[in-house]
Design a binder for this molecule. Structure first.
Ligand code: GLN
Length: 543
């Protein structure tokens, strides 16, 4: 497990359904739905060689995909899939692939494409429908998205359900647990889709529904102790965000003060944030935390830089320098501390499953699979395992699972539900050059905006919110005097995946209240605007 603890952690401790990804936009929903059923599921590219699997799945799902199985160059599953002797479920392309593997003539281009809702009718044979449809009404609305279809039933299969346009909407093998669905049970538009996946994973594959964060916590602690050993020590950078806080608390539970967290105050954190993180991590959660106040070094270096990319690069680079300096000090302290007495051997990162998936997704027959670099530019010595081995305890988890784990670890709700915050902090929320004056203005305005959002009880309905500074001088009249002040741009979005987003629909009086407080309380501001741009074309951050 060393070096890749997260990788081994979940699938070695929990019954696992392996999802082989053929590139469908819905693939990740399959793993999500299964996990919501407390069944652990992991996704790998469809090209995965099954003899190289590092675990024994209880069942395999072949996802949908944009290709046509009969086209040259389209992706195909390792034929060994039929020799593993575990149940198989093919969804859309996945079903076509199963049929094609058994006989290439089984799949053809359909004359009618079928997108959107269809009504599915399950057939009963000898008075009962197949156990894949246990407890499901015989007629239900399902979501289809295909142009190809099965020309005929593969040998040894029977039809379980039909729709108007798909004679073979659901099929099953006569005497082996192999199934195919032309529709998508993983999307919410499909009625009883979750029940169907439960029937497959629990009923047919026999998975125990043990995937809970309480159980994960116990397993993760045991695994971390095993990896790190009796004396091993671990170093990490924390930000005060959800992921690094949850990961840090988990490490603390596992190895106590042999886990060293470092917070670099880069001078562009939110109002009182460094102090707040100290209180939360060090005082409330008992994490061995060092706060490095490097704000002056960052602010000095940011002088005169107005290009957003250069700002990001500078902050990233400076962060590495400072973290490295601190790491050397901590390594010395750790080596000389008789109560700990060991070298720092590991570097911990709060990488999440979507980042792992991103690097594993099947992008097409010719596309090379991207390797993942979620190291935030941290030194190669820490990231590539030459000097320090990487430990990523959250590698198996989705964001909502991280939040649930945070609760299981006793982290306060407000912290668990925190909106994401960019690494370069409010530096990218100040258009153009960053100066101490603008940082102060951004901080004050942001604090007012977020406090009002909390007071209105809508914080959790919003995915991300902040106030930014546009340093263009707008004219205003204050106390009968003509003044020129900065413009504050308020941004608040809702999104499920941060790939697309919409501006939050605030009540008018809320916006007026925030405007009123900002122009009155924040010196140097004379206008407040609300950014209603959706993503795309806008991004969530301004720079
Ligand atoms: N490309 C295949 C079709 O059109 C499969 C589609 C899918 O998996 N959603 O039938």
């Amino acid at each position: 497990m060393a070096g890749e603890p997260g990788e081994a952690m979940a699938h070695s401790a929990f019954d696992t359904i392996l999802v082989l990804d053929f590139g469908s936009q819905y693939t990740h929903l399959i793993t999500r739905r299964l996990r919501e059923l407390n069944v652990f599921s992991e996704m790998l590219p469809c090209t995965q060689k099954l003899s190289e699997l590092k675990f024994a799945p209880k069942g395999i799902i072949l996802s949908g995909g944009p290709y046509s199985v009969y086209e040259e160059g389209s992706p195909h599953v390792d034929p060994a899939v039929f020799d593993l002797n575990v149940p198989i479920l093919g969804i859309c392309y996945g079903m076509q692939e199963l049929a094609y593997r058994l006989n290439p003539g089984n799949v053809v281009a359909g004359t009618r494409r079928e997108y959107g809702h269809a009504v599915l009718k399950a057939r009963s044979i000898d008075n009962h429908v197949d156990r894949l449809f246990d407890g499901i009404e015989e007629s239900m609305r399902v979501w289809m998205s295909h142009g190809d279809k099965l020309a005929k039933l593969p040998e040894g299969f029977h039809t379980i359900a039909t729709s108007d346009n798909s004679e073979f909407a659901a099929i099953g093998h006569e005497n082996k647990p192999i199934y195919g669905l032309q529709f998508h049970p993983e999307v919410t538009h499909t009625q009883n889709g979750t029940a169907l996946l439960r029937n497959f994973a629990v009923g047919i594959c026999g998975c125990k529904q043990e995937w809970t964060m309480q159980k994960f916590l116990e397993e993760a602690i045991a695994q971390i102790r095993h990896t790190v050993g009796e004396k091993g020590q671990v170093l990490a950078a924390v930000s005060g965000g959800v992921d690094s806080t949850v990961a840090a608390k988990l490490m603390k539970e596992a190895i106590g003060s042999r886990f060293w967290a470092v917070l670099v105050d880069n001078g562009v954190m939110r109002l009182n944030e460094a102090d707040q993180v100290k209180r939360d991590l060090s005082e409330a959660l008992g994490i061995n935390l060092t706060v490095v106040d490097a704000s002056q070094r960052f602010l000095d270096g940011l002088k005169g830089i107005d290009d957003p990319e250069k700002k990001r690069k500078f902050i990233g680079g400076k962060f590495i320098d400072i973290f490295e300096e601190e790491a050397v000090k901590i390594e010395e302290a750790a080596a000389n501390d008789p109560t700990k007495a060991g070298k720092i051997e590991f570097f911990m990162q709060g990488t999440l499953y979507p980042d792992v998936i991103e690097s594993l997704s099947f992008k097409g027959p010719s596309a090379t699979i991207k390797t993942h670099h979620n190291v935030g530019g941290l030194p190669a010595r820490m990231a590539n395992g030459q000097g320090l081995k990487l430990i990523e305890p959250l590698r198996s988890l989705y964001k909502d699972e991280v939040r649930a784990l945070g609760r299981a670890l006793g982290i306060r709700e407000e912290l668990v539900m925190r909106h994401p915050f960019p690494g370069p902090g409010i530096a990218v929320r100040i258009l153009g050059e960053v100066t101490p004056e603008k940082v102060e203005i951004a901080r004050q305005a942001d604090h007012i905006f977020i406090s009002e959002i909390r007071k209105a009880g809508i914080y959790d309905q919003i995915s991300q919110a902040y106030a930014a500074v546009d340093p263009s001088r707008a004219v205003g009249v204050m106390g009968d005097n003509r003044v020129y002040g900065y413009i504050i741009v308020l941004r608040a979005v809702t999104t499920t995946d941060f790939m697309t987003a919409e501006a939050y629909n605030f009540p008018w009086d809320f916006l007026q209240r925030v405007m009123n407080r900002i122009v009155n309380e924040v010196h140097g501001v004379c206008r407040v605007v609300y950014d209603v741009t959706s993503k795309p074309p806008g991004t969530i951050e301004l720079e």
